[in-house]
Design a protein around this ligand. Sequence first.
Ligand code: GLC
Length: 662
Amino acid sequence: MVKKFTFNNPIPTKAVVADIKASNDKLLYFEYKDNSFVYTMSDSACVYGLGEAVRGINKRGWIYEGYCSDDPNHSEDKRSLYGAHNFLIVDDKSSGGDRFGVFFDYPARITFDIGYTDSSKLVVSVDKADLDVYIIEGETLREIVKNFRAIIGMSYIAPKWAFGFMQSRWSYFTKDDVVRIADSYKEADIPLDAIFLDIDYMERYKDFTINDERFPDFAKFVSYMKARGIRLVPIIDAAVKVEDGYDVYEEGKKNNYFCKDENGDDYIVGVWPGKTVFPDFMNEEANKWFGDKYKFLTDMGIEGFWNDMNEPAIFYSEKGVARAFEEIEKYKNIPLDANTFFDCRDVFSRLSNSQEDYNSFYHNYDGKIYKHNDIHNLYGYFMTKSASDAFRRNNPEKRTLLFSRASYIGAHRYGGIWTGDNHSWWSHILLCLKQMPSLNMCGFMYSGCDIGGFNGNCTKDLLLRWLSLSIFTPLMRNHSACGTKDQECFAFGDTESFKNIVDLRYRLLPYIYSEYMKATLSNDMYIRPLSFDFEDDEMAKTVEDQLMVGDSIMIAPVYTQNAKGRYVYLPENMTAIKLNNDGTITESEIKKGHHYIEVALDEVMFFVREGRCVPLCNRADNVDSIDENTIKLYGSGDSYELYTDDGYTTTPTLSNIRTLTK
Ligand code: GLC
């Protein structure tokens, strides 16, 4: 079912955990020539996958790159975002053509031209053909995903509390700010499970420090918040501040744990704290050392983290700045014309995340020295591994929440991801919707986007509609950038509408958690395109704004401003479940086909498949206080298979399923 084809000398990525011998047969489906793999697509073939990327669920018609990129503008013309997820599925089975999955295990930049240059050609190109290509077959699309996921290992499982609603902002600067957020949610009676601490909780952006003036007696504060039912989740950045006397820097320097330049000196770049160095996560000893540092925070009661800036993001390097000052000199005394003006203007903006920098530092990986750019996509992945391994070592009895910005397939075993710095744009609700199933294909099960949008100002209607989608994503976090308008659920005056929608998340939580766990434990997808459930339905293949969530639900969120509803395609008869604005639920049967449905801003509608059920319980203040005894089943079926556990066991099994009947 899975065949491996090895080209030359691949750099080990540890993405695949199954022991598969390379085949001597001719490569299947693709023609290989001059560092390119070419597959000829029939007109009707769909191409799925690539995890975190822009554009459609069907990836045909654009050119993408697997290259972890710190880019805050997720516009349609981008080729890469923060994750490099090189897995694709080509499907033309319903027209009698091919159906297969393919994983290009390659840690450097890789290009996927999916009918962009020539609409019938899928061309995958690399600079140096040192890679493993895995061809994955299966009867159904879901089976191909399962067969792929079986070889890359089981996905990370988040603790149950992390399925609650979480609030974030860059930044809640002080302890009082955090308390104010918790109080305001309480006052509005909107459930909340966590508040995030962005970079300002640290002392001058130094990892594994606390700013004692802003957060005095941190451990006590963590337990005070937990007693109120709210966990605190601090950020950890990849780069370490260069500062004499700062223990993390001193230890890393002494032990050669930082990435080096071509002379063997620590490579110095600028990130949030100013001058910083990169821990060499590829070096096993350094990896373990950095992971153990999280203990500083877990010892104070912290149970979750988000890892950031790990593409790694570089604002500038010392060498780059020196070069830029030299270059700018040449424009000083010349009259600027159209070309020179733009060149001159860009001298400094080109400094960030430059290829020159990515080609100028080195890792010590498995005893060999590698230039960063040759293994660029592994950096964030190994940062996530570093933290996750340490949690398993130091807190083996409980799951710890962990998600990252940068990732590569393999990282899915160690943590979830969020989709980075999106915008408060209506089109980004839809982008989030499209990214979720593609991420599931690649193993990233615990994922979500910044609800309300990170950059830019959010409006009440945008946040309400965004929440109505995100109540179905495992990670449900509202986050926004510094300088943007307040975007908490109480920031827009009327809190009732927000309460109604966030309450629904908690009423659905037994289902969401159960479906997430069942899917994760069986290498299946929790969120899927419609075509994965209705393979022979030609219409389902074209639907890019509806999703299947778990085995019972289909969602069709409203994602345009001023809309009072939307058109929905039902591939079979379904039960429409409507959350009314007074918190009541109405059920109605809808026939297969196209329908216009009305959904007010403070209401949610979703659909339950024919013969299936969805459990809904009473709303709760947080995940820990959900009462499963209040579950009632909705939909046309008679029973539901509920997975349930204590929410933190590190050895969950499918034996935790029980049948609920009407
Ligand atoms: C990056 C992260 C964002 C965070 C900010 C400050 O832009 O993606 O989530 O708020 O850094 O730490």
